[in-house]
Design a protein around this ligand. Structure first.
Ligand code: PGA
Length: 257
């Protein structure tokens, strides 16, 4: 099964209206015509509409970095799936380690968001990954399995067609310390085995698993060469036209193999 490589930027709480527009304008130029790799970015909520408008007419997909599971109401500062779509965005990132570890989001809360995002027709990227102390304690597989099983509880095999998993070892995020290709492959293969157990081999085989954590133009090639690594979720390197273009170009090269 050929899974289409998917490279997504995570701008986090970075960019301004102006720098985000310049980034998209630059990428539209360098990535024009590329359709063998899917790409896009999760942008700050306040820039969703502007970014989607800037990306219109290109293959650059725009997503939100979070959402709430209720459709509307008295939930100060939260945004809904309908609001994300209303801005012209098509995807949402859920369960990022910063949401889990800085803002205390639990597997159960993340699961309610996953279910609502799917019901709203958004493409979902569910991020999972172990802390350094969990890896050191030999708990990597157990943590990833728990986050997967709880995060995807109630999701149907059919709905899995609009879900991408992002495996992001927390110790590699923003640290410059990237997982080795072997470490990434081992975790990705394990994730796929759990997906097979939950949804069957066919769904597991079709589901894309991105690697995230200090991915950059220097290490992307060896990571994408791993059989179970189907793309990347990129923070720092997604904020520069040159670096993000290099990551997608590496994806194009891998897809052509
Ligand atoms: P990084 O972030 O590429 O800056 O390590 C990745 C992420 O948090 O998604």
């Amino acid at each position: 099964m050929a899974r289409k490589i998917f490279i997504a930027g995570n701008w986090k709480m970075n960019t301004t209206l102006e720098s985000g527009a310049a980034l998209v304008a630059g990428l539209k130029e360098t990535l024009a015509g590329i359709d063998t790799v899917e790409f896009g970015a999760f942008v700050p909520a306040c820039y969703l509409g502007a970014t989607a408008a800037n990306a219109a007419g290109s293959n650059f997909q725009v997503g939100a970095q979070n959402m709430y599971f209720e459709p509307k109401g008295a939930f100060t500062a939260e945004i809904s799936g309908d609001m994300i779509k209303d801005c012209g965005a098509t995807m949402v990132l859920l369960g990022h380690s910063e949401r889990r570890h800085i803002f205390g989001e639990t597997d159960e809360l993340i699961n309610t968001k996953v279910q609502k995002a799917l019901a709203d027709g958004l493409q979902v990227i569910l991020a999972i990954g172990e802390l350094l102390e969990e890896r050191k304690a030999g708990e990597t597989n157990a943590v990833n399995e728990r986050q997967l099983r709880k995060g995807l509880a109630g999701v149907t095999a059919e709905q899995m067609a609009t879900i991408t998993i992002a495996y992001e070892p927390v110790w590699a995020i923003g640290t410059g310390e990237v997982a080795t290709p072997d470490q990434a492959q081992e975790a990705h293969a394990y994730v796929r085995s759990i997906l097979a157990d939950m949804f069957g081999a066919e769904v597991a085989d079709a589901t894309r698993i991105q690697y995230g954590g200090s991915m950059n133009p220097g290490n992307v090639e060896n990571l994408l060469a791993q059989p179970d690594v189907d793309g990347g979720l990129i923070g720092g390197a997604s904020l520069k036209v040159e670096d993000f273009t290099a990551l997608i170009t590496a994806g194009v090269a891998e897809a052509a193999k």
